[in-house]
Ligand binder design. Sequence first.
Ligand SMILES: Cc1ncc(COP(=O)(O)O)c(C=O)c1O
Length: 380
Amino acid sequence: MMKFETKSIHSGQQSDPLTGAVMTPIYQTSTYQQDAVGQHRGFEYSRTGNPTRSVLENCLADLEGSEFGLAFSSGMAAIDTLIRILEPGDHVLVGNDVYGGTYRLFESEYRRFNIDFSYVNTTEIDQVVSSLKPNTKQVWLETPTNPLLNISDIEVLSEVVHDYAPGISVVVDNTFATPYLQQPLAMGADVVVHSTTKYLGGHSDIVGGAIVSKNRAIHERLSFLQNAAGAIPGPMDCFLVLRGIKTLPVRMDRHAENAAKVTDFLHTHPRVTKVFYPFHSSHPQSKLAQRQMRNGGGMVSFVLMGGEEGAKQVAESTKIFKLAESLGGVESLIEVPAIMTHASTADSPLAVDPGLVRLSVGLEHIDDLIADLEQSLATE
Ligand SMILES: Cc1ncc(COP(=O)(O)O)c(C=O)c1O
């Protein structure tokens, strides 16, 4: 079997049979001429299917170790589609520090359709087992989580959930890890969801999402909804994600190398009280992370003295780390989750520490990144 580095460049892709173009063409078309009434060449209308999108979907499926991939217009559109395959009265068990937008969608929208959500600490196997119910249909794991970088044991959780009821889908949001670092389907999960906006795209130039599932029946239901509801990405965005994926392994290795050094620096800084990085020995699940992931990834969070004011001051005084939401691009970003990405969890059990700062460590030279953090932590 081909290695990941080779697959990330070639999976699902071949030179264009018409011209020999090495890169996948951007089929910027909404419709396709038919040879006779009802006789088409595999594509009828671009909501239903587009050749550039098909290549991306096959590439993503292959990278996650399945045949069934679907691309969406955002990570949230992918998550929304996965919830819409449920019936009123179904129960979903969700990790208690998932991305704020996921929590907002579940609570503000789907609860009123009588889908029941409960939130547990998925790093504790016993808590997950004791919270399963006869009507549980999905268990949602984010690992590492956004923004606290908690790690849940995909293999053990998949086993205990399937022992309880084989029909429950274990869903893993693999956005932070990417398939290069972590292969949830091989560890027993049923479905992987992505915001391709982040590391897969890798250049902060598109918003996109994806679902890869193991089970044909689930895939067909999701595929029906993708066409019926239409939250599809355009061909240009699909091309950009395909291009981003080609350098995913090289980028992820450098992101992790830089993030590990930033973590070491933060640990030595007197203003910093806590640092979260999955591969650091101080992380409560560092051993599990090292078993489950190829490296620690590019995200680092930390708490510093001075609470919200301290966090705001640091986030507003870095120069290379840009103050912005999102993550996973080549450039370093800094943000304050309680006020920015996770504002929708305020006053909820999922609320994050107002003094928490989140870094998406980019690919700039490590000396420049550390100097930037040093000067921002020095200004009070
Ligand atoms: C872990 C995670 N899942 C899903 C999403 C949602 O993706 P999108 O912003 O592409 O809709 C995000 C966005 O930040 C995220 O961090």
